[in-house]
Design a binder for this molecule. Structure first.
Ligand SMILES: [Zn+2]
Length: 264
């Protein structure tokens, strides 16, 4: 049987980061990661409190949904995660939370516009809200259909430019090059949503950040000319295409994970 020791450790660490970043209440959140060579996803088990979660509790699931390792039932959101991995071959980690401010936007059915540079460092585009699910979709395979509407919301812009989507009336889903990167996107998204809400409270008519400033901030952290962090210009080239690294593109360079961004 596949051991997936490193992946289990990374997924455990990423799940434990959710309460640390204040992104979850009780067990309302989950992180998964994937071993692309093996075609196996590792995900949090359903309903297990974070303080009791151990690497061996994580559940291994093949891309077709077959549970292949673990004693516990996988997260109820498993089919949503699988749908994202199937649609986006370049992603290596997925996070779902009901973090308060991002979920408020999801419940209001409102995208999060690019109001400032914190958002632009993550993505140059608004965080979109997926379309509503039909009654038939909810009845016929709710979790997989949720994945489908998230993929639709990303569209041909791709998962690197749109690293998170809000499921309407539900909450955010985020992804990255690996589980750690996906959690960074989820944490940044929650902060961006909180700032946006506060901004609209102060000044409801606030406009979006000028496009040239947005473009500047996004390109500083992502893409071939990225200059943020300590990775060095040479190292950063060609491997920095992945938005999922959130605010620390240099981390992936240091951890040698940058080449995984090439396919994004
Ligand atoms: Zn949920």
């Amino acid at each position: 049987m596949l051991e997936l020791t490193e992946l289990r450790a990374a997924v455990l660490e990423a799940n434990l980061a959710l309460p640390r970043y204040g992104l979850v209440t009780l067990t309302w959140g989950n992180v998964s990661g994937i071993d692309r060579a093996a075609g196996v996803m590792v995900i949090k088990p359903s309903g297990v409190p974070y303080e009791r979660l151990r690497a061996e509790d994580l559940v291994a699931v093949a891309l077709d949904g077959t549970v292949i390792g673990g004693r516990l039932r996988p997260s109820s959101d498993t089919d949503t995660h699988l749908q994202l991995y199937r649609a986006f071959p370049g992603i290596g980690g997925v996070v779902h939370t009901h973090s308060t401010h991002a979920t408020a936007f999801a419940q209001a059915g409102r995208e999060i516009p690019v109001l400032g540079t914190t958002h632009a460092d993550l993505s140059a585009l608004p965080v979109p809200v997926a379309r509503a699910l039909t009654e038939a979709e909810v009845a016929g395979g709710y979790e997989e259909a949720t994945g489908t509407i998230l993929v639709e919301a990303v569209g041909d812009r791709g998962p690197a430019r749109v690293p998170a989507v809000l499921a309407p009336g539900h909450g955010p889903f985020a992804w990255g090059a690996d589980p750690h990167g996906a959690v960074e996107v989820a944490a940044t998204l929650e902060e961006v949503a909180r700032m946006a809400l506060l901004t609209y409270q102060l000044a409801p008519g606030t406009g979006v950040l000028p496009a040239h400033v947005t473009a500047k901030h996004f390109s500083r952290k992502h893409g071939p000319g990225a200059t943020y962090g300590q990775g060095g210009g040479g190292q950063g080239r060609g491997g920095q295409g992945g938005v999922g690294r959130g605010s620390s593109a240099h981390d992936s360079v240091e951890r040698g994970g940058a080449t995984r961004g090439d396919r994004w």
